[in-house]
Design a protein around this ligand. Structure first.
Ligand SMILES: [Ca+2]
Ligand SMILES: [Ca+2]
Length: 378
């Protein structure tokens, strides 16, 4: 019965899909569908790990064959924008099988916050277990509410773990050095703080009320809800963040740099109150690109492949509200939107596959599931 429902949904969607994308420079193949998918990551053998927001992790082949949900995962706090989030594999996954997951967790009372755990993927019987699970990072302090976890995770080419930590819709913590929320963070693979991080000596520069030490994790601050991070061809980090009303931003993420939220934004508060624009406070780093109207970015991918040869080095934003994939050309510190592809659905995640194809997850939609799409050149 469920299978039948899915088949009907897919066939309708394929028609809608074909119409929306007939003039795009890529073919769209529907691979499979998931229950509220959030993220995917390729393993070295070419299969993918996919997270579902309600708390599941599955393996899926490039043909769309899904494993059962893995057991032994952390308990996730599903609700609002929270649940199971991003997935990444350790740079030495082929040997250590370490998988990293970000997710929302409950704290004391009704507080909650993002966390990152890692564990060893142990496959058996069309699924398996995550074993030796340890939580290596937590948002501090936990907050009330269900929004703005951020929590994309990324390994760079030197093996550092980057975490984008959203402001939890609390505004001012993005400027608070005693909080790791509203920040981009740089950690070792075990969650410890690299000694060369910019603020490890912050306590000596500016004594704080309490020495909680989270400032050591911070690479940059003043971020709102950074839902995508990736590296360009030169290894520079970029982030894309959901702005307030019409202030989505693409930023080149620089060491010890303040991106201004909530003191400045080219958007304004949803209730109509103005936030001063970036040009009023030049001490804060202005975005490379900002959007009005908003695109509502859910993910960022910078293309390193050769299959779409002319796109090499370009950034791609997954558009939730804009129901599009947005292509952005990068040039040093500057960037500009060059093309927008209507996908006819909210796009949650976009990842480059091992052969250079683009793998795209739709966000869940009422009455259907989020599909996994494969994009290849026409
Ligand atoms: Ca900003
Ligand atoms: Ca403004």
């Amino acid at each position: 019965m469920i299978k039948h429902f899915l088949a009907v949904t897919l066939s309708f969607s394929v028609i809608a899909c074909a119409e929306a994308q007939s003039d795009h420079p890529f073919n769209v193949e529907v691979i499979t569908a998931f229950d509220e998918p959030w993220a995917l990551a390729f393993m070295p053998d070419g299969r993918m790990l996919v997270t579902e927001k309600k708390g599941a992790l599955r393996i899926v082949t490039q043909d769309g064959e899904q494993s059962n949900a893995f057991r032994g995962l952390p308990d996730v706090d599903y609700g609002g924008q929270g649940g199971m989030g991003d997935v990444a594999v350790h740079p030495d996954f082929a040997n250590n099988k370490l998988v990293y997951l970000s997710y929302a967790e409950r704290g004391v009372g009704a507080t909650r916050g993002a966390a990152v755990a890692r564990g060893v993927l142990s496959e058996s019987n069309n699924g398996g277990n995550l074993v030796d699970v340890e939580v290596i990072w937590r948002q501090y302090p936990k907050q009330f509410g269900y929004g703005h976890y951020g929590h994309r995770i990324l390994f760079d080419d030197d093996g550092y773990l980057w975490i984008s930590s959203g402001d939890r819709q609390k505004f001012t913590p993005a400027q608070d050095m005693q909080s790791n929320i509203g920040k981009i963070l740089r950690l070792h693979d075990d969650g410890s703080v690299p000694e060369d991080n910019p603020y490890v000596d912050y306590l000596e520069q500016e004594p704080l009320v309490d020495d909680l030490g989270v400032y050591g994790e911070i690479w940059s601050l003043g971020h709102r809800n950074p839902l995508g991070i990736d590296l360009d061809l030169d290894g520079n980090l970029w982030n894309i963040e959901m702005g307030p009303a019409h202030g989505d931003e693409l930023n080149r993420v620089k060491r010890a740099t303040n991106y201004g939220y909530p003191l400045v934004s080219n958007g304004d508060h949803y209730d109509g109150r103005e936030i001063p624009d970036h040009d009023t406070r030049p001490e804060f780093e202005a975005p490379a690109v900002w959007w009005k109207p908003a695109i509502s970015p859910g993910d960022l991918m910078i293309y390193r492949g050769n299959l779409f040869r002319e796109w090499r080095g370009d950034a791609f934003a997954a558009g939730l509200g804009s129901r599009a994939i947005v292509r952005i050309e990068l040039d040093g510190d500057s960037a500009r939107e060059v093309e927008r592809y209507d996908m006819g659905a909210r796009i949650r995640s976009i990842v480059e596959g091992p052969d250079g194809a683009l793998w795209v997850l739709e966000d869940d939609r009422a009455g259907s599931e989020g599909r996994l799409l494969k994009l290849t050149p026409k």
